[in-house]
Write a protein that binds this ligand. Structure first.
Ligand code: CTP
Ligand code: CA
Length: 226
């Protein structure tokens, strides 16, 4: 419950949080993005700051106010987000709540792209992989206690456990984005946290603010045990 949240749980702890979508440019007027609102990451930043942490929030383009006592760094693309996170290292705790674009257009056209006047064909856009921000930071020698999110529409716990292992995380927060009441762009969330022993802890559906406080209390307890 929210009242299990205590002030001072993360006093002096340096916390890095990623939030929101990334935008990957196609040309000067077009981009590829996703439906992430940034609400969960911002709620986590607020809860971590209330718990006494020194918080850096690296955010993609969102329409949200910066929480009190949080240092916010605005970025646009996945590559910008990685650079901003690397600049904010070292830290004690990383929470990757951003919905990072997995691919970006191979080239960004310098001028607005024009339709081919000679044909009615569709457009083929070549995409290349973006860096994995969370996996990159969790692989460093000075790796923080690393918490990821797994947004899935099917096989939620299987896929989440696989990401925990593949990215060398301490915890992963599994998030069912197929359920319209929770996850992407909604006010509420319901989550299951999986640890390295594959033990599951679930938090029932409630506001993202309450889930954030529960998550920060849970993560702080595990961080102090590690
Ligand atoms: N993540 C990241 N950088 C990326 C992709 C993902 O930091 N380029 C982080 C997300 O912030 C999240 C976790 O990795 O904490 C899992 O993201 P998700 O999109 O669910 O998984 P992917 O590893 O990208 O795999 P897929 O999209 O294929 O399911
Ligand atoms: Ca992805």
């Amino acid at each position: 419950a929210a009242d299990c949240f205590e002030r001072g749980l993360l006093t002096g702890c340096r916390v890095l949080i990623t939030a929101g979508p990334t935008q990957e440019s196609i040309d000067p007027v077009r981009y590829i993005t996703n439906h992430s609102s940034g609400k969960m990451g911002f709620a986590l930043a607020e809860a971590a700051a209330e718990a006494g942490a020194v918080v850096t929030l690296v955010s993609g383009p969102v329409h949200l106010p910066t929480p009190q006592r949080v240092t916010r760094v605005n970025v646009v693309s996945a590559r910008d987000m990685l650079a901003a996170c690397e600049a904010a290292m070292p830290c004690d705790l990383l929470i990757a709540a951003a919905a990072v674009a997995d691919y970006r257009p191979e080239v960004i056209a310098t001028q607005k792209m024009k339709k081919d006047p000679g044909s009615d064909d569709g457009l083929q856009l070549r995409m290349v992989r973006n860096p994995d921000i969370l996996a990159t930071l969790a692989a460093r020698a000075d790796r923080p206690f690393s918490v990821g999110f797994a947004a899935e529409t099917e096989k939620l716990l299987d896929y989440a456990a696989r990401k925990l292992r593949d990215k060398n995380l301490d915890l992963i927060v599994a998030n069912d984005v197929a359920n319209p009441g929770i996850g992407f762009n909604s006010e509420d969330n319901a989550i299951t946290i999986i640890d390295r022993q594959l033990t599951q802890n679930s938090f029932a559906q409630t506001s993202k603010g309450k889930i954030a406080r529960q998550l920060i209390a849970f993560i702080a307890a595990r961080l102090h045990q590690s």
